[in-house]
Design a protein around this ligand. Structure first.
Ligand SMILES: [Zn+2]
Length: 82
């Protein structure tokens, strides 16, 4: 089973238990929980409000992806409760 590291808490978890943010290789577009037809660089975050708060406060996604994150992705993250 694939495991990935959370960019908030640095814990390693099953990929299926995490939010996935992807920057597409071709367009540079940033999407959330992409389907398998998308190819890009992925970052993973726990479904955990503490991890999300760290990421949002420190603008970690913007630093890792080297561009602004679309408002709808920020809104999605802000709505995650657990
Ligand atoms: Zn985490």
């Amino acid at each position: 089973m694939p495991f990935r590291k959370c960019i908030g808490c640095a814990n390693v978890k099953s990929r299926a238990e995490m939010i996935r943010i992807m920057k597409l290789y071709d367009t540079g577009e940033i999407i959330i929980n992409p389907t398998s037809r998308h190819f890009g660089r992925s970052s993973y975050i726990c479904y955990n409000i503490e991890c999300i708060n760290i990421i949002l406060k420190k603008k970690k996604l913007q630093k890792i992806l080297k561009r602004e994150v679309p408002a709808e992705i920020i809104e999605y993250l802000e709505k995650v409760e657990q």
